[in-house]
Design a protein. Sequence first.
Length: 177
Amino acid sequence: MMKIWSMKTKEAAAEKKKPKTSAAQIRVQKDLAELEIPSTIKMEFPDPADILNFKIIITPDEGFYKNGTFTFTFTINNGYPHEPPKVHCTQKIYHPNIDLEGNICLNILREDWKPVLSLHSVLVGLQYLFLEPNADDPLNKEAAEDLKRNRQKFATNVITSMAGHAVNGVQYDKVLV
C-alpha cells in the first residue's frame, strides 16, 4: 500500500511540473492555424516550442519599400487576446510610422486593439504600412514631413536609406534584398 501511495505522490509532483497551456497560447495556436500568409511575409520561430515569441519578415513587392526586407519581433503576453502583441522593428529604417528605435505606430497595436482582432490583422496592418505610409500619424516626424511636402524627395530618401546610407545625418540599416 505504501508503494502505491509513493507512486501516486510522484505522479502528482510530475503533473505539477508540466507547463500549463495558457489562454494566450490556445488563442495564438488558433490564430496561427487560420493564418493565410502571402508570399511577401515569412514567419520564423527561433524556439519552436515557444509560439508566443516569433519573427516575421516582410518583403514588399510594390510601393516605396519594394525589394526591402523588414524584420519584426512579436512578443505575446498572457493577456492576449485582451492585450495586443508587442511588435518591434529590428532594423533602423526611414519610415513615417516607425521610429529609429523600431517602435511602430499602428492603431490596432494601441488604442484600436480589440480581442476579436487576430495575428492576421496585425500582419495585414504592418504590410499596409509599407504600401501606404501614413504621414498623418507619424512616429518619425521628419520622414512624415518629407512624405507630405515632397513625395519625390521622400522616395529618394527611402531608396537611399534602404541601401544602408545616411539620410539627414542618420545612418540606416541596409535592408535591400
